[in-house]
Design a protein around this ligand. Structure first.
Ligand code: AHG
Ligand code: MN
Ligand code: MN
Ligand code: MN
Length: 332
């Protein structure tokens, strides 16, 4: 049942999930409960983030993750909060997180789903009060119910996602997700502890005048990117890059625009991770009418062979991504 159920702005996330659930007779409610568990964790992380600067939760924790990044305290706090909510919710059999090298087994071996997550995206912005986010991606497991999940449950490929979404902890806290029937956004009202539908059926503008990339890497960029951003400059487009993928993505989704993270000398395969950054945001953007590539092919079709595999990413309004594709490949 792919029809998009029109719902009034202001309906709660719970009510929205319930009505969507009723539209899928075969669904038995586990995915709905999983989405609720994610929303709960988002509320808890939101509360922690709002204390940054007061409670001793900013700065580095002194450890580093498999990415070779020094972990921020809030990276780990967000990671723990999402792990706990997903384990206790009972609907998730295993989790892959940016902050953990290998699969986290929840003990719910009878659960149907696995989740890949970037618990806190834009960590470099935590201590300076710039918007940060969480990105998540959900797959139905392939391995037998009752057994422990395996790596192949997470390596099914971008098109196998059953749901994907993000939370943006910004001037307001919004949760945006898709289950393959369009994209909807919800705004959190902390005094009521509820998310309310605020962006029903998000459709991305086909074109835009905003481009996002880290200009500091200019001398590393492949010719294709240089050619395109030169056109943006000649057209007097706006350069907007905040260093939090979720923040740049959400603005471009609503207003139209394009975000690049091309290969650089430091990150020859791009910096962003397929499983919990590129795939989920590419699922969302295609559902909203935009496009995503790795500079050569449709991003959701990029073969994934390892849990923390990186990929170049070009993601945004349809016409903008198509124009970039007309010049030779972004991959060296
Ligand atoms: P994370 O904080 O989850 O590691 O992700 C950071 C990513 C992304 O959010 C952001 O757009 C990009 O890194 C910024 O990278 P540069 O500072 O290299 O531009
Ligand atoms: Mn990181
Ligand atoms: Mn990230
Ligand atoms: Mn992160």
């Amino acid at each position: 049942a792919d029809e998009k159920i029109a719902m009034p702005v202001g309906v709660t996330l719970d009510r929205f999930i319930k009505r969507n659930q009723e539209a899928f007779p075969f669904a038995t409610g586990e995915l709905s409960q999983l989405l609720r568990d994610i929303a709960l964790a988002a509320k808890i992380v939101n509360r922690e983030i709002n204390k940054a600067g007061l409670a001793d939760i900013t700065g580095e924790i002194g450890t580093s993750n498999i990415q070779g990044e020094s972990q921020q305290k809030l990276d780990v706090i967000a990671h723990i909060r999402f792990m706990r909510a997903l384990r206790n919710g009972g609907e998730v059999a295993g989790i892959v997180s940016e902050e953990e090298d290998s699969i986290l087994f929840t003990g719910n071996d009878d659960a149907k789903y696995v989740v890949a997550i970037d618990p806190l995206d834009g960590s470099s912005n935590i201590d300076v009060n710039v918007s940060i986010g969480t990105i998540f991606s959900i797959y139905r497991r392939k391995s037998e119910i009752g057994t422990r999940v395996t790596e192949s449950d997470f390596l099914q490929g971008g098109d196998a996602q059953v749901a994907a979404g993000y939370v943006l902890y910004g001037s307001s806290t919004v949760l945006v997700y898709t289950t393959g029937c369009g994209v909807n956004g919800f705004t959190y009202e902390a005094s009521l502890g509820e998310f309310f539908l605020s962006y029903p059926t998000i459709t991305m503008p086909e074109d835009g005048t905003i481009y996002s990339l880290n200009d500091g890497n200019l001398h590393d960029f492949p010719p294709q990117v240089l050619t395109y951003i030169d056109k943006c400059r000649r057209r007097r487009y706006s350069a907007r890059y905040i260093g939090s993928l979720v923040g740049d993505f959400h603005r471009n989704l609503l207003k139209g625009g394009i975000y690049f993270y091309p290969p650089t000398v430091k990150t020859p395969n791009g910096k962003l991770r397929l499983l919990y950054e590129c795939f989920p945001l590419s699922f969302i953007i295609e559902q909203a009418g935009g496009l995503a590539t790795d500079g050569r092919q449709r991003l959701l079709g990029v073969p994934i062979r390892s849990l923390h595999q990186r990929s170049p990413l070009c993601i945004g309004s349809k016409k903008m991504v198509e124009e970039v594709e007309q010049v030779p490949s972004m991959i060296r």
